[in-house]
Design a protein around this ligand. Structure first.
Ligand code: HEM
Length: 225
């Protein structure tokens, strides 16, 4: 079947992806420093909030964003990986089976990193929990490195720029297989909520709008007290 340029990733999925990537990398880079502790905590909460949104969008989102379109299927992962060594590697319009597995692992680790980070910051679980938090974050960094490598390899194998696709939403696929709505309003809400949270946390919002920042300040007081 001939392929053409079709819309695959809606705007909320793309906004989620780049906000998650930035928040996670920022949180990782600020993890060791006392000076940047507040930034680390705010970015950690952002990761948590974004993943909660993605879990919801995985149920109500568009075709390729929905979890039902990329199930965990070990046999299909093996078949897909085997096909990469043949002349005609399998091509998937949405996430490929190996990528799907990595995505679920990243989402699970991101949730765990957020929850253990919150608990450790509030001194619920002692040193053991802090160690667990660090271990989970390191595992996630390893997985993200594999993820980026796999994206590059996959782009080369399929001669398709997957990074550009995660930016502009378009991939090659059969006519009629594309999604029809970008859901710009939902993406704008995700973007505004995240930016609003960051602005509130930095004390940049007018009085009365800083409910979010109050949460962070409360945490900071507990942390320094
Ligand atoms: C510069 C670095 C990165 C690049 C170039 C990149 C690229 C991509 C691409 C191209 C996809 C789509 C894969 C496909 O076609 O199936 C994707 C998906 C994904 N990436 Fe990344 N990524 C990066 C960093 C990250 C980071 C740091 C994280 C996590 C903290 C992450 C988590 C994810 C997740 C969860 C998905 C699934 C998106 C969804 O369906 O919602 N990525 N990434």
């Amino acid at each position: 079947m001939s392929k053409q340029r079709i819309l695959v990733w809606d705007l909320p999925t793309r906004a989620f992806h780049w906000l998650l990537a930035g928040s996670f990398l920022g949180a990782f880079l600020t993890a060791e420093s006392e000076r940047y502790r507040d930034i680390h905590v705010v970015l950690g909460y952002s990761v948590l909030g974004l993943v909660v949104f993605r879990l919801l969008w995985g149920v109500i989102g568009t075709r390729y964003a929905r979890f039902s379109s990329f199930p965990i299927a070990p046999r299909r992962v093996l078949e897909y990986l085997k096909s990469l060594f043949t002349r005609s590697p399998q091509h998937h319009v949405g996430h490929n089976p190996a990528g799907s597995l990595a995505i679920y692992a990243i989402l699970a680790l991101a949730l765990l990193a957020g929850v253990t980070g919150y608990a450790a910051y509030n001194e619920f679980g002692g040193e053991a929990l802090a160690q667990l938090h660090e271990g989970v974050a390191n595992a996630m960094l390893g997985l993200v490195a594999i993820h980026i490598g796999a994206v590059m390899l996959s782009s080369l194998l399929h001669r398709e720029n997957l990074v550009a696709a995660m930016l502009n939403g378009h991939k090659q696929g059969p006519a009629g297989a594309g999604i029809h709505r970008k859901h710009g309003l939902v993406a704008a809400a995700v973007l505004l909520a995240t930016m609003g949270f960051w602005a509130g946390s930095a004390g940049l919002l007018p009085q009365g709008m800083g409910a979010m920042s109050a949460v962070v300040q409360h945490q900071a007081q507990r942390g320094s007290g």
